[in-house]
Write a protein that binds this ligand. Structure first.
Ligand code: ADP
Ligand code: ZN
Length: 696
């Protein structure tokens, strides 16, 4: 509803009504306008949002804002309306006595509507150019029209095709989840890329739709939504609402309305779709549940869509299915605690062989601009057989450093503790942390000697490949070159058509896309994460390696994966190679347990930043003092962040840990209000991150 707020008018959400108040009459003000006749949140959705506000210790208004499309917050109706035409009582006699013989269009329209009311869009389709006839009939009193919710006119979903018969493991997975219909239940569907997880989702969705319930599907990236929407669209006829960040405000509102009205029985979306309004929710699927994009890592409301999906399913009595080839340690831990049931798909569908992994010792082989001889000769071999090759490198740009070969000067960002990346085509130096750009100097600003790019980014590897493999088309996948969704689709199309022979790219290549003709995957630099201070770095690295490897050798062609490393004997790489992700996870989780990190511990982090080096630390020191000492809760820090200065702000953090979630929550509930009243300089910012993904 719209209410006066100071001198403004704002849109608010009514969460409760009261018939009494202590506020004096003179101070009470009237609601100006009620915007929606029906609540925009169901009771269950409201409970979920309130719970999230409590758990993440964030103002409930901002939590609501995260859940509602912008246009709805700006006052648009929650229900899409359209004009529906229908016949009056006089229509039947008029048809019978032949009045309309001379007006065939009016006759046709009247006959059409005589069979049942239709919306304007349906009339456009059934009888193009119907409007003049409708106006005439309206004048004659034979037709009338009203505004009605769009949804009431189409809520049918049918299955277009049955899909392949499931293999035994898939059948077991479907049966296990289906047995839990209308009951809370959490499942981890664990299977490599190509093992048929999506088929399991589709079959379970079919069963849920048959019971007149709806399905919520979450996936990590907008790049992946079209693919998933397409697969669901091929299987099911009916409206599928897609909710992701690539939508315009209008499209987002339409998709939200389609979900809210029940017109769309399948809703597929990224992180914030976990708040989508759902009509009789029967199943939640979280694909690639390990993906870090499920956690909001910016702004104030830092929620985990995966965790909220589990909670939402539990409350709605709907099973939740998390799928991944590389399950998060959180989910594996939940399985070990009996809170989640693990369902495994051990084989690739259609009997495809898993790829063979090898590590190339970069110190023992000649390396040509980032590409080792064993990798280059493997590329020759695979390309000669007509296959495609994929190279993964987690570094965009031309080179990560611009170096003076005489005095050792490197180009540094003026606002961050970071080096500037060389971008060749754009001919600039860019900071990947704050986005600042500067001109690239010809000579060292300190000694005047020649400067050179040092190291390799995707842009440079692309250049090297063009020289080393002349005549073979190289397709680069990174944010610099594929800014728009259609650019990405174009690139994917060139890979599928076979026009592109070599793919080089960043993280973008590790997700979702199926490249059936890729038989060789090269991971150019696995070392960056091996020695990171972040407790999750090795988990991420193993997930990345396994996910990239999963792009290779689908169907009947065995794949090969080559990992380049300066540390081929690193225990992480060895365990991953010899025991696979499962073995790696087991040993890495033992280490995490011993080092007391999540998921073996509950954690929150209070982050602060300020324009002076001391400001953030002083604020966190005071916040720590305000905590006093609390049983069962430990505070660690504050410490400056690993990259202290970012975009001219100095960052620091304070960790809060406990063995028990409830203890941690109780502490935060008492402490955060005290932190809020800490005196803080005007430029200081702080945010609480519950269940942080990264601490460094
Ligand atoms: P994932 O989601 O685990 O990557 P998909 O469900 O996409 O796996 O399956 C990979 C490929 O195998 C797809 O082309 C899919 O149609 C096919 N597929 C999956 N299950 C079966 C099955 N039981 N029989 C035949 N083909 C299958
Ligand atoms: Zn910077």
């Amino acid at each position: 509803m719209r209410v006066p707020f100071g001198r403004q008018r704002v849109v608010g959400v009514v969460v409760a009504l009261a018939d009494q108040t202590e506020v004096p009459d003179a101070k009470l003000r009237d609601v100006q306008q009620v915007l929606d006749a029906a609540p925009v949140f169901s009771a269950a959705e409201l409970a979920l949002l309130t719970w999230a506000a409590d758990y993440y210790h964030h103002p409930v208004g901002e939590v609501f804002a995260a859940a509602l499309p912008r246009l709805l917050r700006a006052g648009h109706d929650a229900i899409a309306m359209q004009v529906v035409w229908f016949v009056t009582e006089d229509a039947a006699p008029a048809l019978a006595d032949g009045q309309l013989r001379r007006a065939p269009r009016q006759l046709a329209l009247l006959q059409l509507l005589g069979a049942g009311a239709l919306g304007e869009q349906q009339l456009d389709a059934a009888l193009p150019g119907w409007r003049p006839a409708a106006r005439e009939l309206l004048k004659r009193g034979l037709l009338r029209h009203v505004a009605a919710p769009t949804a009431t006119l189409h809520a049918q979903v049918t299955q277009r095709e049955a899909g392949p018969p499931l293999n035994q493991a898939q059948q077991q997975a479907v049966a296990a989840v289906a047995a839990q219909a209308n009951k809370p239940g959490a499942f981890l569907l664990d299977g490599v890329t190509g093992s048929g997880k999506t088929e399991v989702y589709l079959q379970l969705a079919a069963q849920t739709l048959q019971h007149d319930q709806s399905v919520l599907v979450l996936c990590p990236e907008i790049g992946l939504t079209p693919q998933l929407v397409q697969r669901f669209g091929q299987r099911f006829a009916g409206t599928i609402a897609a909710l992701h960040s690539g939508l315009t405000d209008r499209e987002r509102l339409d998709a939200w309305r389609a979900a809210a009205s029940g017109a769309a029985r399948i809703v597929i979306g990224t992180r914030s779709a976990v708040f989508a309004p759902m009509h009789s929710l029967g199943l939640i699927i979280v694909d690639e549940e390990h993906d870090s994009s499920y956690k909001q890592q910016e702004g104030g409301f830092r929620y985990s869509a995966r965790d909220l999906a589990l909670l939402r399913g539990q409350r709605a009595q709907a099973p939740v299915l998390l799928g991944s080839a590389t399950p998060s340690f959180e989910s594996l831990y939940n399985v070990s605690q009996g809170r989640m049931t693990r369902l495994q798909l051990p084989e690739r569908a259609g009997n495809a062989q898993p790829p063979a992994l090898t590590v190339v010792d970069m110190r023992a082989h000649a390396v040509h601009r980032g590409l080792s001889t064993p990798l280059l000769s493997a590329m020759d071999r695979h390309l000669a057989q007509g296959a495609q090759v994929l190279l993964y490198l987690n570094r965009r740009g031309y080179a990560p450093t611009l170096l003076c070969t005489s005095c050792g000067w490197t180009a540094q960002c003026g606002s961050c503790d970071a080096r500037l990346t060389v971008h060749q085509r754009a001919d600039v130096l860019a900071c990947h942390h704050c986005g600042a750009q500067q001109q690239r100097p010809e000579r060292c600003p300190r000694c005047g000697y020649e400067v050179r790019p040092l190291g390799h980014g995707t842009e440079r590897v692309e250049e090297t490949l063009a020289q080393r493999f002349p005549g073979l088309a190289v397709e680069r996948f990174d944010r610099d070159i594929l800014r728009a969704q259609d650019a990405l689709e174009g690139a994917i199309h060139r890979v599928h058509s076979g026009a592109a022979r070599i793919l080089v790219g960043t993280q973008m290549l590790t997700k979702g896309h199926h490249f059936p003709d890729v038989t060789l995957v090269g991971i150019l630099n696995a070392d960056q994460s091996l020695f990171s201070t972040d407790f999750r770095a090795t988990e991420r690295l193993a997930q990345t390696i396994v996910q990239v490897a999963g792009r290779a050798g689908r169907a009947d062609r065995p794949g090969e994966v080559i990992i380049q490393s300066q540390y081929p004997d690193h225990p992480l790489l060895r365990t991953l190679l010899t025991q696979g992700y499962e073995g790696f996870a087991a040993s890495a989780m033992t280490e995490r347990d011993q080092a007391r990190w999540p998921p073996f511990l509950r954690m929150a982090v209070l982050r602060a930043s300020d324009t002076t080096p001391q400001g953030a630390m002083q604020f966190l020191d005071a916040a720590r003092k305000a905590a006093g000492s609390v049983d069962g809760v430990e505070l660690r820090g504050p410490v400056p962040a690993a990259m202290t200065r970012r975009a001219d702000r100095y960052h620091a953090q304070l960790l809060i840990e406990s063995d028990q979630r409830t203890r941690l929550q109780r502490f935060l509930s008492q402490w955060i209000p005290r932190v809020e009243t800490q005196p803080a300089r005007g430029k200081l910012r702080w945010v609480l991150d519950v269940d942080p993904l990264e601490v460094f």
